[in-house]
Ligand binder design. Structure first.
Ligand SMILES: [Fe+2]
Ligand SMILES: [Fe+2]
Length: 277
């Protein structure tokens, strides 16, 4: 139920909202006209590996618009305010990647080559509960931090590297929000709820594993290892899971592989036996 004059008391969330407003930036801040010499195969590989992230920017907008009304009507106005600024961040990320594709005349991969990316986003919004969504978004933001971080390191002087550098600042803010929102709400959460949230984590990792297998060719072209990338992401996620009290210290590395379902196994089999063109 909306209130005309809700009391805004959560100063930490409000400060994050103000920071989100202050640090908006237009894509015109980047120089889109700089001449760049790309090896065509590298450029196409880059377009391929960006594809799930590109869809993720749009589905993050979708998620914000699904969760924001729930927060507002539950009286969580400060969090709703912040989420409104995050929606604009995700819109900018999507717009910039669109512009990158157009600028370099490359296209993302079609859905039929990366069907699991839809499963990932459907899983994020499956329950519709803000805590589930924020936990999934935290994992996605950790992914984004690693992904854009690699682009920044590998291509510091090219458009994609400069775009990544700016995007990373936004992603760090999203991570801070997930922390501030989740930390007080997960205190003392029962074992069943912890299991649900860890189950969500494992489903997302299984899906990412299937995607990295499908993208093995382009990842290899750019000198990236999907396995090493996911291992690093797993370690980051475990640190956060421990910090939020979802796991005890010392969880098994890559435990999500133990519960690997038959579906993702067969997807991998198909990919390893026929290289995705
Ligand atoms: Fe984003
Ligand atoms: Fe984000």
């Amino acid at each position: 139920m909306l209130r005309v004059h809700p009391q805004l008391k959560d100063e930490r969330l409000l400060a994050l909202f103000e920071r989100g407003v202050e640090r908006q930036w237009p894509s015109a801040l980047l120089d889109w006209s700089q001449e760049e010499r790309w090896d065509r195969r590298d450029l196409e590989a880059l377009a391929a590996i960006i594809t799930p992230v590109y869809l993720g920017e749009q589905t993050a907008m979708l998620g914000v618009s699904a969760i924001l009304p729930r927060l507002l009507t539950a009286g969580e106005t400060e969090a709703a305010l912040y989420l409104a600024s995050m929606g604009l961040d995700e819109a900018r990320h999507f717009r910039n990647l669109s512009r990158f594709f157009d600028r370099h005349q490359v296209t993302p991969w079609p859905t039929r080559r990366l069907p699991e990316m839809w499963r990932y986003h459907a899983r994020l919004l499956q329950s519709g509960d803000p805590i589930d969504w924020l936990w999934g978004i935290l994992i996605s933001d950790l992914f984004a931090r690693l992904f854009y971080g690699r682009l920044r390191e590998q291509y510091p002087d090219l458009l994609i590297g400069r775009l990544a550098r700016r995007t990373l600042v936004d992603e760090a803010r999203h991570q801070a929000f997930a922390d501030r929102y989740l930390t007080p709400r997960l205190v003392g959460v029962d074992a069943e709820r912890r299991r649900e949230l860890l189950g969500l984590r494992d489903d997302l990792f299984r899906t990412m594993d299937a995607l990295t297998h499908r993208l093995a060719g382009p990842l290899g072209d750019l000198g990236w290892s999907g396995t090493a990338f996911l291992a690093e992401l797993w370690d980051d996620t475990e640190r956060w899971a421990g910090r939020l009290g979802l796991t005890d210290a010392g969880a098994t590395p890559a435990a999500w592989r133990d519960g690997e379902d038959q579906e993702s196994k067969s997807a991998k089999g198909a990919v390893s036996s026929t290289r995705v063109p």
